[in-house]
Write a protein that binds this ligand. Sequence first.
Ligand code: NAD
Length: 361
Amino acid sequence: MSKTYKITLLPGDGIGPEVVAEAVKVLDAVAGKAGFALEYDTRNAGGAAIDAHNDPMPDAVVDACKAADAVLLGAVGGPKWDHLTGRLRPESGLLKIRKELGAFANLRPVSVPASLAENSPLRPEKVAGLDLLTVRELTGGIYFGQPVGEEGEGDDRKAWNTMVYSVGEIKRVARVAFEWARKRRNKVTSVDKANVLAVSRLWRDTVKALHQAEYADVELDHMYIDNAAMQMVINPRQFDVILTGNIFGDILSDASATLGGSLGLLPSASVGGPVGLFEPVHGSAPDIAGQGKANPLAMILSVAMMLDALGEEAAAAAIRTGVDQVLDAGYRSGDLWREGNKLASTTQLGNLVRDAAVAAL
Ligand code: NAD
């Protein structure tokens, strides 16, 4: 009997449902040929869940996610819910599900095939063939450290956050980076601010010790965050896997996200717990929602990351090949379209990738 994976779908808001529909279409088609099956449980999240349940991530949805083999999320948020505050905001639902799934490592691959190098804000020769993966620690560091506070008045008013990491937190995310490097070009660049911050010195010492003990076969170098930001612009192709903490990873992965010229191409995965969460980097794009203009490729590539995580590597590779072939053939959604390209709708791109991926299997 063929294997069946349980997938919880959280289409969300704006273009979320549109891109999830294309991703599911591609997934079903490759599954049929690769010999596995999928069972979907579709739930509201973000604004859709606020409308239905007055809660952006109801506990029942969290339970459905925990019961799945993987979760696919479109995007959440939009002007309709912008007036809400605190735990009622659509984005707070996202933070909740990431936390509940114990997803301590955020993976953000960025690759720029030669066919898209012209779309980059950098010169094409700087980015053609670029292929890097940022592994960002997601549940610790300054975004979660205690104490957090504020006191005083006038010029004496002050506020503080705490940047804290334990050896255990550093080791578990560093392992993710080293393991990925072994599947890629075998190089990790660990990014910190060890010249200034005590927490970064612990980060660097811990990464070095783990490297020596378990991953000496992987090339490792260390870079300060300020230099890494500069190198991301000067020579991004030097990077294979970037390993970094929560705040540095937030900033650096957004900078890397611009290199391909559109958010519509970038997938991501949040992993580390028993169930992984796979989602495009982009938001709900309310400006183009419902018009068939959304680029579904980031969502489709997030499905490829999910299949890799589930051990269905052949199907994942076929999807990536399908995406590359469709781009090579000149098809583009509006976000990437340039003179000489063929303008394609969300559904057309989904169909083209589906057919190319199935043919590649
Ligand atoms: P956004 O990513 O939604 O859009 C930024 C720009 O990129 C827009 O011009 C949009 O049209 C374009 N764009 C984004 N994805 C695209 C795609 N797949 N195809 C073509 N064009 C695409 O960011 P924003 O405008 O800052 O935020 C809009 C809403 O999304 C807000 O409510 C925000 O809070 C939310 N948001 C959600 C997530 C998430 O769910 N993970 C992430 C970021 C923003």
